[in-house]
Design a protein around this ligand. Sequence first.
Ligand code: PLP
Length: 485
Amino acid sequence: MNEINNNLGDMPKEDFRKFGYEIIDFIADYFENMENLPVLSQNQPNDLKNALPTSAPVEGESFPQILGDVENLILPAVTHWNHPNFHGLFSTSTSSVGVFGEMLSAAFDMKAMLWRTSPASTELEPVVLDWLRQMMGLPEDFSGLIYDTASISTLHAIAMAREKLNLGIRERGMSGRTDLPLLRVYCSEQTHSSIDKAVILLGLGQNSLVKIPTNERFEMDAEKLSEAIREDNMRGYLPCCVVATVGTTSTTSVDPVDKIADICQRNNIFLHVDAAYAGSAAIVPEFQYYFKGWERADSIVTNPHKWLFTPFDLSVLYVKDLDLLKQTFSLVAEYLKVAETVTNQMDYGIQLGRRFRSLKLWFVMRYFGQEGLIARIREHCRLARLFASWVDDSENFEMMAPVPFALCCFRAKLLMTRTFISPEFQEKYYDELNEKIMNEINASGEAYLSHTKLNGKFTIRLSVGSIRVEERHLEKVWKLLKSYV
Ligand code: PLP
């Protein structure tokens, strides 16, 4: 038996202080030297698993041993989302001050369910979210709630929409009922898969999800939405919810929210806006026009963990009718009943206990201030437009979608001079070429890019969003790309 488990209780306080400083040094070194690490983990599947013991240590191990394994085993298995050359998916990164918020939240280990178990979380969260609401230019009638991810925020929004129909689904469910019409949810064909998952989980079924076609800019065709609702009404189906997106996942396209809000208003349909990625850009005054009409939505999701330098996870759902959200989810077991009339966060969602997430966003907002956050997002958009201009000016590359925010969709396009090559063959060749370029750059560890398919064509995506990104990082990627053509 070693000295660690000779005693009961927690780690000795002197050790906590000593190793705490070591951990901070470790994190500081990590942030400082990150650029020397490969962006994408160079591990092969199961490398880490195979290097780890198959059962927990019988006796406690020393902290230096544990930290040594973080360095030797865990770090090589990390893909560095914080790296300035992480351009895949959406480039999302934490600020170091956000890490402090996360550390304190772990130390408090609060489970925010009742006000009395967590006054700090219950009261800080609405204040921080009201600051964010004002920064994003949303009206006062929106109240915010924090969930872990946009997928869960959207699930709560569509559950509200279903509850609003007053069909007694909360009490009687949906299965075995012949009195229920088919409920319909509408989104565009570019919408994130979290909408599909929400309708699956809420028992509406994937067949209830209508994917409205988009135009050449990948924006929902409002006219087609109107037609689909009209046809559904004629068939006796019941429209439940429309999901519009500001900043779609593949291209960051912006649905015409104002027109969609008109349609929802005319037909009395719940409107949810998915601004998981782009919502943060609403704090930049000159980007406000992309968000025209979102103030008319019933609910909006935005993810500060995507583009507001807040460590994962922190997603915000803004709703107009907080009582409807409570009506959808509140259920108070005997052991949770309290006498005081206060907000209890457990009433607003599926979870009982919630993490104290607002603390890290509070840190980020206070440390950078509104101006600091605006400047960073504005710079990311400038860098993306700069990259797009390099692509536009090059004969061997082409842009595949507009750049409203900070994502470039493009592909390499080597002109084939032989005239007998069919267009199909040429497209197949482009697809293979671009996939090869992306895979080789990713394997090199120099940068991480991801892809999508637009109009059936393999398209490389380059997202600019890291708090550490500078122009030289994009120059590096551009040089790498040009070395292929
Ligand atoms: N909605 C959009 C538009 C997204 O781009 C994403 C993720 O990239 C999501 C929803 C899902 O986000 P989360 O991972 O927070 O569930």
